[in-house]
Design a protein around this ligand. Structure first.
Ligand SMILES: [Zn+2]
Length: 99
């Protein structure tokens, strides 16, 4: 890795850690009922536009695609799994969503 890439990675990680701590502090103040209410309200809804997500199961990767804005969302660990797909596997995965 070039020094500048290392620096970018470092800065991004610091930013993530800082934002995560802020969110964790907020979550501590949320009551259980409020967390459940928020989950019921937002589950399988697009985090960008609020419309329903369509879930596709491809090689045990559950990929959620927005029915409106076409954003694609991955659950925890799935980005790592997708990044390990061979190029042809990735092409096949993307072709599932092609019109
Ligand atoms: Zn959307």
């Amino acid at each position: 890795m070039k020094p500048s890439e290392k620096e970018e990675e470092y800065v991004a990680r610091l930013e993530f850690d800082r934002k995560k701590k802020l969110e964790e502090e907020k979550h501590k103040t949320l009551a259980k009922d409020e967390k459940r209410r928020l989950k019921d309200l937002h589950y399988m809804m697009c985090p960008k536009c609020g419309m329903e997500l369509i879930e596709i199961d491809y090689k045990n990767i559950k990929i959620d695609k927005c029915s409106e804005c076409e954003g694609i969302w991955l659950d925890a660990g799935e980005l790592e799994t997708v990044s390990k797909l061979e190029k042809t596997g990735l092409d096949k995965l993307l072709s599932v969503f092609r019109k």
